[in-house]
Design a binder for this molecule. Structure first.
Ligand code: GLU
Length: 498
């Protein structure tokens, strides 16, 4: 068995798409499962779609995800891009000579040809085909140009592209590790452009040349690339190279079975990171978009996946990107993670939201306090952003809210005031030495029973007085975490507001 080598070959056209994270993950896992290696290659030959900072984002995202790249570009400490590995460069715009040499071979063999058709001619051709409801594609106008005509075009410096000479007859067949045998009639395959007028290769030529020269043995990619695969197989055959194993992933769709796109919500990994999704949860969720272990288990760390993943267990039918399921995963990971760890990860979100500044979380005591606060909400919030929103009130110097919120729906202003006055006196009697959750809860509950006070009309005003919010952590938690001084101050302020 040859050494397994896989790759992710994204184009730097913006923030890395969640679908590309899945591609990276599946390829990385296939390599790890077989003790192989995983490469990153940057496919930047489409210069019009190139986005500044795109390469850096790809590297940083894979790094955040814990997907380790054995070969390819990486970021040095000073933020500049360097490359490692024996098969470089790993950035296609730095490999133009390699593509030229290879296309030359195809020209010599007669497997590629020059095409001088103008943009206008091609546009007209396309419109006519569309009108006639025929499949669109090149009509082979320059496929068999007489040598003198070709030379004349060359002498007059007419701009040209180089196209693949797809056989007119026969079939191209390959076996996909997920989909099984796939056959295309060659008559349906277009004479694909291999070198564009700007002398850059197209994706099709570059991907095949690079995958071969880099020794890639397995390729998993989205099924939107399936229709390109016969062109790739033809190229491998023309070059006389071994064909790698393909494993096309099922389409990624939203709950309405539409293609996952920006118009219907977040799609870049960056979006999910900014919302406060935990990377372990995101990885677990993404792994299940087109793969499952074949039994009931749902919780998998990256290491578990490295042991269990296989192309054979990939699904054929579309994978639904169910955001509720993602929230379910995230909540689960937030609940089960070490409290110190989750608190550390929450800190940038607290700072970003302007809830705390850096000095408020620097000391050990402050960190311990923050841990308590995070613990209050981590079983309820779906994301770190939600967590910060719901506990942000705990840091406010002064709460600003509508006083009518203090009144429980079946109660009155006067009653709310009376309860708050009573609660304030009661809490003042609790000693700070015995300040712990269970004791506080018991003291307040006993007092309510003794006075025959209802739960809603007592605890609602207390909770609002302490949080200023409709939704917040529970009242006893708030009393405990805020501490006696702040609690008394907030209740007094609420009493004054009524
Ligand atoms: N550059 C292509 C992309 O952006 C790579 C497709 C492939 O894996 O062959 O997804």
């Amino acid at each position: 068995m040859p050494h397994t080598k896989t790759r992710i070959a994204p184009s730097p056209t913006g923030f890395l798409h969640i679908g590309s994270l899945r591609t990276a993950l599946f390829n990385y896992l296939a390599a790890k499962k077989n003790g192989g290696s995983f490469a990153l290659r940057i496919e930047d030959t489409d210069r019009e779609r190139f986005v500044e900072g795109g390469v850096e984002n790809i590297i940083q995202t894979l790094d955040w995800a814990g997907i380790k790249v054995d070969e390819g570009p990486y970021l040095k400490e000073d933020g500049t891009i360097a490359q490692k590995g024996e098969c470089g460069p790993y950035i296609q715009s730095q490999r133009l000579d390699i593509y030229k040499t290879h296309v030359q071979k195809l020209l010599e063999q007669g497997n590629a040809y020059y095409c001088f058709c103008s943009k206008e001619r091609l546009d007209e051709l396309r419109s006519a085909q569309q009108e006639a409801k025929e499949p669109t594609g090149y009509d082979g106008h320059c496929r068999d140009l007489a040598n003198e005509v070709l030379q004349e075009y060359m002498r007059s410096n007419t701009s040209f592209v180089i196209r693949l000479r797809v056989p007119k007859e026969g079939k191209t067949t390959f076996t996909d590790a997920v989909l099984g045998d796939i056959t295309f009639d060659n008559s349906t395959v277009d004479d694909q452009v291999l070198i564009k007028a700007d002398e850059f290769p197209t994706y099709h030529l570059a991907v095949v040349v690079d995958d071969h020269l880099m020794g890639i043995t397995h390729i998993s990619r989205g099924s939107e690339w399936l229709s390109s695969t016969p062109k790739h197989i033809l190229l491998y055959t023309m070059f006389g190279w071994d064909i790698p194993i393909y494993a096309h992933q099922p389409l990624l769709v939203n709950e309405k079975k539409q293609k996952l796109s920006k118009r219907h919500g977040d799609v870049s990994v960056e979006d999910f990171k900014a919302k406060g999704y935990i990377i372990e949860a995101l990885i677990n969720f993404v792994a299940f978009l087109g793969w499952n272990p074949g039994d009931e288990r749902e919780i998998f760390s990256l290491e578990d996946l490295e042991k269990e993943f296989s192309f054979e267990k990939m699904a054929k039918s579309p994978a639904v990107f169910n955001r509720e399921k993602l929230n379910w995963y995230n909540k689960r990971y937030m609940m089960q993670m070490d409290l110190g760890d989750i608190t550390k990860r929450a800190i940038p979100f607290f700072i970003n939201a302007g809830v705390v500044d850096k000095t408020q979380v620097d000391g050990l005591e402050e960190f311990e306090q923050l841990k308590k606060i995070v613990d209050l909400e981590r079983t309820r919030a779906n994301t770190l952003v939600e967590l910060v929103e719901s506990v942000g009130c705990m840091f406010a110097k002064e709460l600003v809210y509508d006083a009518s919120l203090l009144v429980w729906k079946k109660s009155t202003k006067e009653d709310a005031k009376e309860k708050l006055i009573g609660l304030k006196s009661l809490i003042e009697t609790i000693s700070e030495d015995g300040w712990e959750l269970e004791g506080i809860e018991k003291t307040i509950k006993d007092w309510m029973v003794e006075n025959e006070f209802g739960t809603g009309d007592t605890l609602w005003p207390l909770r609002v007085a302490l949080s200023g919010q409709k939704n917040s952590p529970g009242p006893f938690d708030l009393v405990y975490v805020l501490g006696k001084e702040k609690v008394v101050k907030r209740i007094s302020a609420a009493i004054d507001m009524i």
